[in-house]
Design a protein around this ligand. Structure first.
Ligand code: ACK
Length: 980
């Protein structure tokens, strides 16, 4: 058996080589694999009798092509085998893996040239050179020797040893290359030739994708930027390095799954329904927290169930929550004018910990229950809003006063459910309390032996001040002091030592006892001798001569005036009035009103018009409100041989000045002159004992404005017109008497249990000015702007015609159930708007005739306004013919809409009164009324019911309040003032 035959047999033997069990790593890319070829490889063998291509099977019996040579019996062997042209691709470094068997020379008998190695060569070219083969062009890579060679014995055992050798070639630069195997006399079989290069394969690390990367031949690593997988984003730029061995090294940076996606395997996948992920990061999606849900995939948060909310700052992981229930078990502990309120936490905190409490203070009056927010002076400790504890102290309340406190619980989601206001209320009445300290003391005059002082009443008298205690002593002689009592707020201390320092303290006393003392007030009396310097002497001389002149003038005036008064006193009381012009001609036979100010001694007027009552005939029951001069109480009056009646008692608070007393009683002097079912009736006055009181009939339902607000939309139009008729009738009586009210407003009308309205509040002190027009000014220039006619505001022309204007406003107040005229517009804006011709719009569903009457009352020219007599007669007609009230100035047909150009102006688009005014201002009145023949804005007020029909007045449903305070904006847009 020759060597060749020996080798040919080799594939029927078991090949032993560890290499055969190696699976090629995935980072090796084959350029050539002889085993993969089923047909002839077509390699060039030179000389042709050298290397021989033969077919065989591998260990798996897969057919393969192999080459073998075994010319060991001949000398000088130089057999070449060249592969086909192998394209390099991008590889720079190439690996050649050879598998071969080699016969042990010693095992071959009588060999001549036996070798146990062969040579491996390569040649780089830019292109395939076909069959062209030249040995000398090739470069040697290495001499390949077998680790294991086989012997005859192995053949006998049918075991052949397969060698695997790998050689590196590179760097390669040309497009391709050839390999060549040079045999120089060995017995060798090339079982397989594999040529490959290494790469770093595509991989995903830290959610970043790294592409297939071929390393360079040099030793340096290749830096590769990764790109984030879908639905993820870079946190740190992801990077890795590809080594020359095709291994990924040193991963840096990473990508994070987007919100709504979680890391699953090497991808970011959407959260399933019912789960959410609110932050990016490689954490899992979380289950929706309680009271929340999501039906979508990839949710970033879960929506709250109905009636559950999430505050802005709530994390997505927090359960949805709801506003708390009301606080429970409110307890109040009253201490004089303070109250400590304590309550329990709400039963349901809504699932939150951030519960706070707000305390709203309302001052309330009995009778028709009416409350208004407490004014500024009330103190809350620690505060009124945002309380975290369940207690608050409310101080500086008024004594003997009803308060309601609303304790509201809120949490972080209360604002999202504003309609659910959860509060507990407690009503208290404060006790009697001593007055607060006198804080302001003024030194009026000092002399050698005396000092005159005056002071202000304490800020909180907490009742009627009976007197003041003035305690004074020489400085540093505190044990020897003097005490004086003063009914008024001034005192003169006599009998003092000259040029001495004194200290003084004052405290007020009420029925509740003494208040706390003022701080110590220091003063000095003048020195014994008072020298006048020469430069002052001239000034003093001038002062003395001026004083003498003034005294002389006063004496002369006194004589003149007293003569005149003697003359006037001899006349009838009605003739005692000083002439005052209010634009009214007094008809003979009709009683006229006498201004108490025209009396030489106004207190004389009181006794002329008011009955003096004995204080013992009056029983005060409770305080029902606060008047300008003191408390208003309800009580009973029992006159001898008369039935006891309910009365209202106005008191004059202690510490009043003479002027205040006069002004207070002037109301009684005025009221006492009237006798009409729609004017509040004066029962009498108490002036001879303290406190000074005015006693009137009791009006069970209190002020009209509050009464209407309380009974919003509860009356029929006829009932409202009935009330208005009463007011008009009372005003007619007053104007017939020549009395100008000047403060006619719903708040100054009182309502009794039979819904009878009576005009009240004759309390403004009216100062007659020396003016031919005989207009009046209000005290301190205070004019109730919203109710007052423009001429009265502009130049104080108060007449019955200006009262008619105010009546128009009252009419509007009544028909809108106590709405505030002109809503929140400022006084200045009201004056401006009215002056420019704008008027209040009709209250919602207001009968057209009544709105017409309002517009008539608001005529600019006061001569065009109706007289009260006419108003009474119009209202009487309406009452007799109620169907005339069915035509309403409805929302759709009110002039306001007509006055705004529908084509250019969407009235609902006004968000503020300002917007409305700006827009309305630009529209000329006559343009707005195109289609209705009005020649001027003034004549619009004369619109008849017919005209209203022409412009689309329709019959609508029941009377309603114009707006609620919360819908002011909407009301503005629907009911903005109307130009006339
Ligand atoms: O709206 P009211 O309850 O009614 O609150 C005020 C308060 O006194 C201050 O003016 C009430 N008031 C005034 N006069 C009377 C009266 N004659 N009858 C009943 N309440 C009166 C008024």
């Amino acid at each position: 058996m020759d060597c060749k035959t020996l080798i040919l047999f080799l594939f029927f033997f078991t090949l032993i080589s560890s290499a055969d069990f190696i699976i090629h790593p995935s980072n090796e890319v084959n350029l050539l694999d002889s085993k993969a070829s089923q047909g002839e490889l077509g390699w060039i063998s030179s000389p042709s009798h050298g290397w021989e291509e033969i077919s065989g099977v591998d260990e798996h019996y897969t057919p393969i092509r192999t080459f073998q040579v075994c010319n060991v019996m001949e000398y000088s062997q130089n057999n070449w085998l060249r592969t086909n042209w192998i394209p390099r691709n991008s590889a720079q470094k190439i690996y050649v893996e050879l598998k071969f068997t080699l016969r042990d020379c010693n095992s071959i008998p009588m060999v001549l040239t036996c070798k146990e190695t062969f040579n491996l060569h390569y040649l780089e070219t830019e292109e395939d050179q076909g069959n062209k083969f030249r040995e000398h062009q090739f470069s040697k890579i290495d001499t390949i020797a077998a680790d294991e060679s086989f012997t005859q014995m192995d053949l006998g055992d049918r075991i052949l040893k397969l060698n695997t050798e790998v050689r590196e070639v590179g760097p390669m630069t040309k497009k391709g290359f050839y390999l060549a195997f040079q045999d120089v006399g060995a017995c060798v079989a090339l079982v397989s030739v594999r040529v490959y290069f290494k790469k770093c394969p595509f991989t995903v690390r830290n959610l970043a994708m790294f592409p297939d990367t071929v390393p360079t031949d040099s030793q340096s690593l290749v830096e590769v930027r990764g790109s984030c997988v879908n639905n993820s984003k870079e946190e740190d730029p992801p990077k890795m390095y590809c080594s020359t061995e095709g291994e990924w090294l040193v991963p840096i940076g990473k990508c994070l799954c987007n919100i709504g996606y979680e890391e699953r395997g090497v991808a970011c996948q959407a959260c399933r329904p019912g789960f959410y992920k609110a932050s990016s990061g490689n954490v899992k999606c979380s289950k929706c927290p309680p009271h929340s849900y999501t039906h979508q995939e990839g949710s970033v948060h879960c929506g709250c169930e109905k009636n559950y909310f999430r505050a802005d700052e709530d994390p997505a992981s927090m359960a949805c929550s709801r506003p708390p229930s009301a606080p429970r078990n409110v307890i109040s502990a009253i201490n004089e004018t303070s109250v400590i309120l304590d309550w329990n936490w709400p039963a349901d905190t809504g699932g939150r910990k951030d519960v706070i409490f707000n305390v709203v203070c309302k001052r309330c009056w009995p009778g028709p229950r009416q409350c208004e927010p407490c004014r500024g002076a009330v103190r809350f400790l620690p505060r009124a809003f945002g309380l975290t504890n369940t207690t608050v102290t409310v101080a500086d309340l008024l004594a003997h006063t009803n308060y309601t406190f609303e304790i509201e619980a809120q949490n972080g989601v209360s604002f999202q459910a504003p309609t659910i206001r959860q509060y507990a209320a407690v009503t208290i009445t404060t006790n009697q309390a001593a007055p607060s300290a006198v804080t302001v003391i003024r030194k009026d005059r000092t002399s050698r032996n005396s000092i005159s002082l005056s002071w202000m009443e304490p800020e909180r008298p907490n009742g009627i001040i009976l007197d003041y205690e003035v305690k004074y002593y020489e400085k540093e002689q505190e044990t020897s002091y003097t005490i004086l009592r003063s009914k008024g707020t001034n005192v003169t201390l006599n009998g003092l030592k000259p040029d001495t320092t004194y200290l003084l303290q004052i405290r007020a006393r009420t029925a509740a006892g003494y208040g706390s003392s003022s701080r110590k007030f220091e003063f000095e009396t003048s020195p014994d001798s008072f020298s006048i310097s020469s430069e002052n002497s001239q000034v003093v001389l001038i002062a003395i001569s001026s004083a003498v002149a003034i005294i002389l003038l006063t004496v002369v005036l006194y004589i003149v005036i007293s003569r005149f008064c003697r003359y006037s006193k001899s006349k009838h009381p009605d003739e005692k009035r000083l002439p005052f012009g209010n634009g009214h001609l007094r008809l003979p036979g009709i009683k006229t009103y006498v201004d108490p100010h025209t009396y030489e001694d106004p207190s004389q007027a009181v006794h002329e018009f008011a009955k003096e009552l004995d204080a013992s005939s009056i029983a005060i029951d409770k305080v029902v409100g606060a008047g300008e001069f003191g408390e208003v109480c309800s009580g009973r009056l029992k006159l001898p041989s008369k039935k006891e009646i309910c009365v209202a008692i106005k008191t004059l608070k202690a510490g009043y000045t003479e002027k205040q007393r006069r002004d207070f009683l002037s109301e009684a002097s005025i009221m006492g002159q009237f006798d009409h079912p729609n004017i509040i009736r004066l029962e009498g006055v108490v002036t001879r004992s303290k406190p000074v009181m005015i006693v009137t009939e009791y009006m069970e339902n209190g002020s009209l404005d509050g009464f209407l607000r309380k009974h919003d939309a509860q009356f029929t139009v006829i009932q409202l017109v009935g009330m208005l008729r009463g007011i008009a009738s009372g005003m007619k009586y007053l104007s017939d008497m020549g009395y100008v009210h000047r403060d006619l407003a719903a708040r100054n009308i009182l309502v009794n249990s039979n819904l009878v309205c009576k005009v009240s509040d004759f309390g403004l002190s009216r100062v007659l000015e020396d003016d031919p027009e005989a207009a009046y000014t209000t005290r301190g220039g205070k004019i109730p702007i919203r109710w007052t006619a423009p001429e009265a505001i502009a130049y104080r022309k108060f007449t019955s015609a200006s009262d008619v204007w105010s009546y128009g406003i009252v009419l509007w107040e009544v028909m809108s159930y106590g709405e505030r005229p002109y809503w929140e517009m400022s006084n200045q804006d009201v004056i401006k708007a009215v002056d420019e011709g704008y008027r209040l719009p009709p209250p919602m569903e207001c009968p057209a005739t009544l709105y017409q009457l309002m517009l008539d009352c608001w005529q600019k020219d006061r001569n065009n306004r109706p007289k009260f007599e006419q108003i009474v007669s119009i209202l009487d007609k309406l009452i007799r013919n109620p169907s005339s009230l069915k035509i309403t100035a409805s929302t759709a047909s009110r002039p306001v809409n007509l006055l705004l150009d529908r084509n250019s102006t969407d009235i609902t688009s006004f968000h503020t009164m300002g917007d409305w005014l700006e827009s309305a201002r630009t529209l000329p009145c006559k343009d707005a009324f195109s289609g209705v023949s009005y020649s001027s804005c003034d004549t619009l007020a004369k619109t008849s019911a017919e005209d209203f029909k022409k412009v689309g007045v329709t019959i609508v449903g029941p009377q309603k309040k114009i707006v609620s305070s919360l819908t002011t904006l909407e009301t503005h847009s629907k009911n903005g003032p109307v130009p006339v």
